[in-house]
Design a binder for this molecule. Sequence first.
Ligand SMILES: [Zn+2]
Length: 338
Amino acid sequence: MRWTVGERPMKTPFQKQFVVGVDLGGTKILAAVYDQHHRLLAREKKSTKPELGPAGVMGRVAECVNETLAAAALPHAAVRGVGIGVPGMVEPQTGLVRVAPNLHWHDVPLGRLLKTRLKIPVTVLNDVQAGTLAVQQLGSGRKLRDFVCMFIGTGIGGGLVLRGEQYRGAAGLGGEIGHMVVVPDGGPKCGCGNRGCLEAVASRSAIVRRIIRGIEDDKRKSIVTDLCDGDLKRIRSRILAEAYREGDELVHEVLDEAADYIGIGAANLINILNPQAVILGGGLIEALGVKLMRRITNSARAHVIGAGADRVDIRDSGLGDDAGILGSALAARSFLGK
Ligand SMILES: [Zn+2]
C-alpha cells in the first residue's frame, strides 16, 4: 500500500519516525520505507551487479534508498535509521561484513561507508536473522516462543527462535539448516563443498539446475522452455509456479521431490527441537504457496517420531516477499531506540 502525501500520518516532517529496510541479495537489492506503525510507504528494487565490487554495490544500495525516499516524498532528515540485511557473516556492533560469498565480499565496512554516504545511521545484520525477526515480531511467529524459520530461495537459510530469543550458537554460526545432509553418499555437490545438503536438492538454484538438465540433457518436454522464451537462464519462481499450476510433468517431478526433502529437513528440526511451528518463507514458498506446503507437511509427518501428525505445524510466514526488508527496518528501529 502506498500512502499519498495528504494521507500520511505525519505531524511534522522532521520527527524522524520513519525507518528504511534494505535486503541486499546476490541478484537484487530491495528497499522499503516504513512509518512507526510498520506501514509500508514505498518500495523500490534494483539489480545488485556484484561484479562492480563493494564500492559499486554500495552506490547502488544508496541509490535504491534515495529512490525509495523520493517515491515516499520524504527528506533524509525524516529518517531515523537504515537497516540492511546481508547474505553473510556480519558484526552488527561495527557494521562490518566479514564474509558474503554471493557478493564475493571480505571485510567490507558496510555500515560505516553507507552511513557516510546517506548521512543516516545504519544497522547491518544477517539477512536470515532479519527475516526471522520480522516473522517473530509481525509474522506468523508472533505468538510463539519456540519456532524454526526455513527461508527457501536461491539458497536455504534458517532461523531458530528458542524461548523467545533468536539462537545462533556458540560462535554465532548456528541455524545453517540448508546444510543439513539429507542425501547420503553421492548426493549433488553443494556450494559449501559437501554433498547432499538440503540446499543442494531443494533450493531454487538446485531446482532450476535439475529442470535445465532435464530439458537440455534428457531432452524432456516442458512448458518452462516457452514460459522463459527459450532462455533457461530466466527461470524464476513465478515461472516455476505457472508450470506447476499447468501440470507440467518435469516441473512437478522436480518440485515434488524438493518438497519431500524440505519435509525431511523440517522433520529433523521437529525431532530435535520440538518447536511449536516450522515457518516457511522465501521466494519459492511465496510463489508456490499452498500446494507445496501440503506436500512438505505430509513428508514431515512421515518422518516425525512420537505422536506424528500432531507435532507437525508447518505454516507460511504471513509476510510475503517482504520479511527481509521488514526485519531490517525493525532492526534499525530497535538498535537506534524507539
Ligand atoms: Zn552445503
